[in-house]
Design a protein around this ligand. Structure first.
Ligand code: FRU
Length: 491
């Protein structure tokens, strides 16, 4: 490791040692979602199952609760829920990544010859605008990294803006290496494909997929992987309205480098899911994790929440297992490991909800819970079913299935006096027997999974300690819950 990077890391670690004790006292800290020990975090980086453990790296400014010069934080876990922090893995130190408004930007990890390789974007400034390049760092022990002396390994190809070329995601196939990089290509968002025989010398293959205008002007954090009998491309498009993270599924041919997508959807329809990255674990599961927040250029952006007052900001979403569905869409469900945290299980069948009569629910401590309900559509004639959670006399967050209009809505407008906004989407209900809703709640977040994870709404909320009530209610008729399962979640 260069002595200079070592010094930058030591300085940051000394700050973390001082700040993290105070930050850990914050009453807004999440219980089972990964956060930094202090400071600001954004994108998941370098997700990998390496030597028997899950490694997660993340975009990290240890010094305060706002985005700043980017380091790579690092944590390890056996179950993707309990995390141990390790020393910072990468810090700005070289001409290609040392810039106060840049640094070591997002990227990915692979295992090669027993070593852990990180691929990341160096974001620097040399007097003529920001220059983003792709770089490699190598580790023998999975903890300490040295930057490859041949960096940068890739510079922006023709047609790509030098300041919009970032977030390499690398994978191995058949003894060769492949990389997708997010870019602005002739003014439009794109994912570019590269290949290499040794993961160090890279050749540009071409554009894997690009916006024709409808998907924005820059794609951040692309990921590309096989799932079931198809390929999935994901990214966070800038300038594509309300879409924070989207996916396409289709066919890919290694020989031609051509991807032919036939389906496109949102990965999440909430406010707080961005820059998703996936990993394949030892059990063959494809798991994706997002950064539970959004950027200020999003149309509905308000702010990143009040946690900066406590010296921190940012957590990851709950890791989601991906399943390819027969129609080419993807289902996203919380990883099974979450079940291990469940306490005080209660299951009821055939719950009748009468018009306007709120049925109180006991959901663990009212803050940390997992609940799942199946609504029997055939037996229900209500206009809507409203689930109220994290509520007090004056506060509440609601999840509404509007049966008469075929709409699903999650409203945080009255959650905490801080957050704003309601997310919604149309749901096709006609001819269906049943639809299910699952809600996973942690101190400062709610993740709502509709229809077996075909659609997800992730949103951050910051209710005070009095907000522990929950209820369910039907309006305009009667509703029948075929099943209602509730659990507290303890670590
Ligand atoms: C996405 C992103 C990436 C970039 C990183 C910088 O959230 O903007 O494109 O690499 O964050 O922190």
């Amino acid at each position: 490791m260069s002595t200079y990077m070592q010094q930058v890391i030591e300085r940051a670690q000394a700050h973390i040692d001082r700040a993290s004790a105070v930050v850990s006292e914050s009453n807004l800290r999440q219980r089972f979602h990964l956060m930094g020990p202090c400071g600001w975090i954004n994108d998941p980086n370098g997700l990998i199952f390496f030597r028997g453990q899950y490694h997660a790296f993340y975009q990290f400014n240890p010094y305060d609760g706002f985005w700043g010069t980017m380091h790579w934080g690092h944590a390890v876990s056996d179950d993707l829920l309990h995390w141990d922090h390790l020393p910072i893995a990468l810090a700005p130190s070289e001409p290609y990544d040392d810039y106060p408004k840049g640094g070591c930007f997002s990227g990915s990890a692979i295992e090669k010859d027993g070593k852990l390789l990180l691929f990341y974007t160096g974001s620097a400034y040399h007097g003529h605008g920001v220059v983003q390049t792709q770089n490699v760092a190598i580790s023998d022990d999975g903890v300490h990294f040295r930057k490859y002396e041949g960096n940068p390994v890739i510079e922006a190809p023709e047609g790509v803006d030098g300041d919009c070329f970032r977030d390499p995601k690398v994978w191995e196939h058949d003894g060769g290496y492949y990389m997708v990089v997010g870019a602005r290509f002739h003014g439009r968002g794109a994912a570019l494909l590269f290949r290499s025989p040794d993961a160090l010398a890279w050749e540009y293959v071409g554009v894997l997929h690009a916006s024709r205008g409808e998907w924005g002007h820059m794609w951040e954090c692309p990921d590309f992987f096989p799932l079931g009998d198809r390929w999935v491309l994901t990214c966070s498009p800038m300038g594509a309205g309300d879409h924070t993270a989207v996916y396409w599924t289709g066919d890919f041919d290694y020989d031609t480098g051509r991807f032919v997508p036939t389906v496109s959807q949102d990965m999440d329809r909430g406010f707080d899911f961005y820059a998703s990255q996936s990993l394949l674990d030892a059990r063959g599961r494809r798991i994706a994790i997002g950064w539970a927040n959004e950027w200020e250029w999003m149309p509905w952006f308000k702010d990143w929440g009040p946690t900066y007052r406590h010296g921190w900001c940012g957590s990851f979403n709950i890791p989601r297992q991906l399943t390819m569905m027969p129609d080419g869409t993807v289902a996203f469900e919380p990883i099974d490991e979450l079940r291990v945290l469940r306490r005080d299980a209660a299951e009821q069948r055939g719950v009748l909800l009468f018009d306007g009569e709120a049925e109180p629910l006991r959901l663990g401590d009212g803050v940390h819970f997992d609940m799942h309900m199946e609504l029997n559509l055939k037996a229900s004639d209500a206009d809507s079913v409203v689930l109220t959670v994290r509520a007090s006399e004056t506060r509440k967050t609601t999840v509404t299935l509007d049966l008469s209009r075929g709409l699903f809505l999650v409203d945080r407008g009255q959650s905490d006096g801080w957050s704003e906004g309601c997310t919604s989407e149309p749901v096709a209900l006609s001819g269906r027997e049943m639809i299910d809703i699952r809600v996973v709640s942690d101190t400062s977040s709610l993740e709502v999974f509709l229809d077996g994870g075909r659609s997800v709404h992730s949103l951050n909320v910051f209710p005070d300690e009095a907000c522990v009530d929950a209820s369910i209610e039907a309006f305009g008729g009667t509703a029948v819950l075929g099943r209602l399962c509730t659990y507290g979640l303890e670590m």
